[in-house]
Ligand binder design. Structure first.
Ligand SMILES: NCCCNCCCCCC(=O)CS
Ligand SMILES: [Zn+2]
Length: 664
């Protein structure tokens, strides 16, 4: 299934008609440069173009009051003076004779997107709209927003499509207070937002944007705020919050639909956000959401005011929605102290609502460190009195080209096993060089020519992945450990880079592998093993991988951060029949890991598990994994052992941190 793109140039036909410094950044060019970038990169033509429509009164009244709608209806007939007068009653927003029409199109576009996804016409999609929506409230326009596009879409999805649980992810750099107000008492809508806050000094300067605003009444726990109390947040800060806050809760919430308030003023160069995250981070943020809700993800444009990073970020998002592997994450050097403080506070505030956070560190300690941090920040501000260079002058590298490999998924299968469609059956030419090298290394198997054939095919396949001629692969082999050793040996030698090896079940670990960082081995099993070194990490789960909640929390809170920080060039995923891992969790794992190594994932399955060939292939082809259902509380001893592991490992692996280091 495809990706919808919803855009209409009518939404460029309104602009600021008077002088207002707070609003001058919200210009029609935001939409034209974004759409042009999608056209010029060929991405628009790969999408399913879905037309906009005007939201009806009924649609708009799902969120807004009649008096507000009636008032806005009058604006097309107002004189310039009346428009100015009308605007004065709201904050940081402007009206224009055509903005009501465009606001109906922006909301209608969001509903068209929801219809396209919920009816299965497409798998996911993006609506390029203006005016944005997440600040507008029941009876008030705010922050360039007139109607709350995403809030209306959420209510519409529940009403028209019977959606029970909607996850709204707001990665815009501002707090979507309008969305928060709409759903703070609604357990059917989980609203997550990070936002520039600076201890309530940054617009809209609301006390209720802080981390302790967790929702009300039945909606308690279903509103997550992560305030950024400093500018300059980077890719590591964003990924940490996704891995340690949003994703664990999102998987526990188990939504039927994901809506994204896709604002790109959280990208580098934006005058509003003043953050430092690079545009390609949105490829990863999008990827990390695409195995939720069976892949039903609707991204709706909110903010984004730098006319260079905005189109780049939009393209990164659409690339990923189309299934293209994400570029390798640029140097992740760990979250900053302020981000860790915010993460810690948000996790603590939600401890009692979400079992995945039940063991998050206590709250009180952070009060002390918050004061300490505030002092430090005050001093810092005093010290570097010099004017921060303007966001506009920031420079950053163009996001890397995301070339899709000619072949997406190649399979090495023994005779008689049918190859799922859309996969390419792969067997190497009997390259004598490879075969001889293998003979040397595996004398005992030299006799067994089948094994040699398989192993030489594997080596050839890895080489093709390295050259990006093939994106990912799957092999059904007699002996997974043997095959893994062979690939590891070859990869460590041939690949200039790093191999992440993920073992599920009791795979025999390649005995001789080196400790030089070319391999990072993460081994999920139910066997107690003490951790050998920084690069050999046994994750022991009491019930092995059969406990889905423990396994998923380990994947989200341990494996993903490790994988992103390690930034491998190849991911080797091996499972043995005794793993006990259920299909859904296995496909979630295979799906999530494709965010690494530009999607170069090689899966090794034991001969006897040919039933997994189909489901694994569909995940490797980019199909969204089935949901694993509402995951419950992990076993206490598993949580404790994972917390212990995280505490030991975070010295070496910064992305595992969830709280600011207690210093002094
Ligand atoms: N530059 C610092 C002053 C803050 N101005 C706030 C203007 C409203 C922003 C709303 C917005 O971006 C929607 S996503
Ligand atoms: Zn914004």
């Amino acid at each position: 299934m495809g990706t919808a793109l919803i855009y209409d140039e009518e939404m460029t036909k309104y602009k600021l008609l008077w002088v207002d410094p707070a609003c001058k950044i919200e210009v029609p060019e935001r939409l034209t440069v974004s759409y042009e970038a999608l056209k010029n990169s060929g991405l628009a033509d790969r999408c399913v173009s879905v037309p906009v429509r005007e939201a009806t009164d009924e649609d708009i009244l799902l969120v807004h009051s009649e008096e507000y709608l009636e008032a806005v209806k009058k604006t097309p007939y107002m004189t310039l003076e009346d428009l100015k007068e009308f605007t004065l009653q709201y904050g940081d927003v402007y009206f224009h004779p055509n903005i009501y029409h465009c606001a109906k199109l922006a909301a209608g576009a969001s509903l068209q997107l929801v219809d396209s996804v919920m009816t299965g016409k497409v798998r996911n999609g993006m609506a390029l709209v203006r005016p944005p929506g997440h600040h507008s409230m029941r009876s008030a326009a705010s922050g360039f927003c007139v109607f709350n596009n995403v809030a209306i879409a959420a209510q519409y999805a529940k009403l028209k499509h019977g959606v029970k649980r909607v996850l709204i992810v707001d990665w815009d750099v501002h707090h979507g207070q309008g969305v928060q107000y709409s759903f703070e008492d609604d357990p059917g809508v989980l609203y997550f937002s990070w936002h520039r806050y600076e201890h309530q000094k940054f617009w809209p300067q609301l006390r209720e944007s802080d981390y302790d605003n967790v929702g009300k009444e039945k909606g308690e726990g279903f509103n997550i705020n992560v305030p950024w109390n400093k500018v300059g947040m980077k890719n590591s800060d964003y990924l940490s919050v996704f891995c340690h806050m949003l994703l664990p809760v999102a998987y526990e919430f188990n939504p039927d639909l994901v809506l994204v308030c896709a604002g790109f003023d959280s990208a580098i160069g934006d005058p509003e956000g003043e953050m430092c995250a690079s545009p390609d981070i949105f490829a990863h943020l999008t990827h990390l959401l695409m195995n939720l809700a069976g892949g039903k993800v609707c991204a709706v444009l909110e903010g984004g005011y730098n006319l260079t990073s905005l189109p780049q970020s939009v393209c990164q998002t659409v690339h990923t929605l189309l299934g293209d592997p994400a570029p390798r994450p640029a140097n992740l050097d760990g979250p900053c102290e302020s981000a860790l403080e915010s993460l810690h506070c948000s996790r603590s505030a939600h401890r009692k609502y979400w079992s995945c956070l039940k063991h998050a560190a206590e709250h009180p300690s952070s009060d002390v460190s918050t004061k300490r941090l505030k002092l430090a920040e005050e001093e810092e501000k005093v010290e570097n009195g010099e004017e921060k260079e303007k966001a506009e002058e920031e420079v950053w590298p163009e996001p890397p080209k995301r070339v899709t490999a000619p072949v997406r998924t190649a399979l090495v299968l023994p005779d008689g096993v049918s190859c799922p469609d859309r996969c390419k059956l792969f067997s190497s030419s009997k390259d004598p060089v490879i075969v001889n090298k293998l003979r040397e290394n595996f004398p005992r198997d030299a006799a067994d020519s089948d094994a040699l054939t398989t192993l030489s095919s594997l080596v050839a396949l890895v080489e093709k992945m390295e050259k990006n001629e093939i994106c990912n692969g799957l092999a059904l082999v007699q002996d997974v450990s043997m095959a893994m050793t062979c690939v590891v040996q070859h990869a460590a030698i041939a690949l200039s880079n790093r191999v992440l090896v993920v073992c599920v079940g009791d795979v025999l670990v390649p005995a001789h592998y080196k400790e030089d960082g070319t391999i990072l081995l993460v081994h999920f099993s139910n066997k107690e093993e003490e951790q050998k070194s920084k690069y050999h990490i046994p994750v022991c789960l009491k019930k092995g991988c059969s406990d889905v909640s423990g396994f998923m929390q380990a994947v989200l809170g341990l494996l993903l951060p490790l994988g992103y920080e390690y930034d491998p060039s190849l991911v080797l995923l091996a499972r043995t029949p005794d793993s006990g891992l259920c299909d859904g969790a296995w496909q979630q794992l295979t799906g999530l890991l494709q965010g690494l190594a530009q999607g170069h994932t090689l899966v090794l399955l034991q001969e006897g598990e040919r039933a997994y060939v189909g489901p694994t292939a569909s995940s490797l082809l980019g199909e969204a994994a089935p949901s694993v259902g509402k995951i419950k509380a992990p076993l206490l001893e598993d949580v404790e052992s994972m917390e212990g592991l995280r505490t030991r490992l975070q010295v070496d692996w910064k992305l595992l941190q969830t709280t600011a280091p207690e210093t002094g």
